[in-house]
Design a protein around this ligand. Sequence first.
Ligand code: CP3
Length: 353
Amino acid sequence: MPPAPTPGPPAGKPLLRALRGERVDPPPVWLMRQAGRYLPEYRALRDRAADFMALCGAPELAAEITLQPVRRFGLDAAIVFSDILVAPHAMGRTVRFSEGAGPLLEPLAGAGDIDALDAERAVDGNRALLETLALTRRALDADTALIGFAGAPFTLAAYMIDGRGGGAFPRTRALMTDDPALLDRLVAVLVRAVSALLVAQIDAGAEAVQIFDSWAGLLEDDGSFARWATAPAAAIAAEVHDARPGAPAIGFPRAAGRRFAAFAEGSGVDALQVDEMTPLAAMAALQRRAPVQGNLDPGVLRAGGEALDGAVRATVAALGGGPHVFNLGHGVIRDTPPENVARLVAAVRGGSP
Ligand code: CP3
């Protein structure tokens, strides 16, 4: 009789197992904005490119920046170093970053500008991003997953319509009431652009994709949230699932509040990224519908110390009974001490840094 197989660790990368609905103990951990200015090794490389968009367009540098936090902290995933605004940039809506003001674009002037947009350019103009993914994937070990991403259509539309971020988006708000059909047209072309860009990222080496709807909280009634957040996410998730069935899609309708449940139900995404405004009990309820990722307050990470350890323990205790990926509720804040990230990872894994 052949010897019974020795039970080894279950097959597959921890992040992908959790995103497919498995309970993984300890939970896999990565952080939104895990690469960037809080890391001295990032600041040392940043000036090698003319500006931030050029850095995103330089595959060797971008791959190295993607790997920096993975090497330093032993995270379970790398998220490709890029930006959600590379899609509109490639579609001819040039993005500039000004110190202090954040991203600036020439605002879309009306129907003519919207009808002139070509979804295919989002892929054709982002070959550097695809090359970054390929380079990064080759450098990762067998347990670390690679995440690709894109902005959700509504959030991209808001930047393209108003030409800047900041949260006010007066022109976008006006368009929602004055000409919702025109906003539908813009969202439709962005659904095609984002779907194609995510499929291309999977082909280049991404094993999961995340859709960032950072400004979904502007959609203040159920009808507009369903129309411009849930329905576009559903169209993108369906396209990605049809084209590349193996790659899970994570949806992030930030600040969706009580509408997270409707999003989970209607979007068909494989997992939900949850923000820090959502209480852990509400997140645990969402976990009955889909694997959840999140939602530690980035301010608690910045503060560090025992408060951080306590918050990590509370999160793992609330969500450890089901599929959970440990993450923040939003990106790492710029002046976060790197040693706090090491402390977080150790706390998630139940040891000391
Ligand atoms: O998570 C990661 O580490 C991957 C890289 C990543 C960046 N941006 C790099 C970046 C990801 C996933 C993003 C997503 C992104 N970009 C979002 C969605 C998530 C969110 O924060 O809500 C949004 C809205 C953007 C648009 C954007 N890009 C803004 C508003 C800014 C300026 C804010 C700032 O921090 O200055 C950026 C610039 C940006 N994107 C930086 C980085 C590392 C800072 C660039 C620098 O000056 O070095």
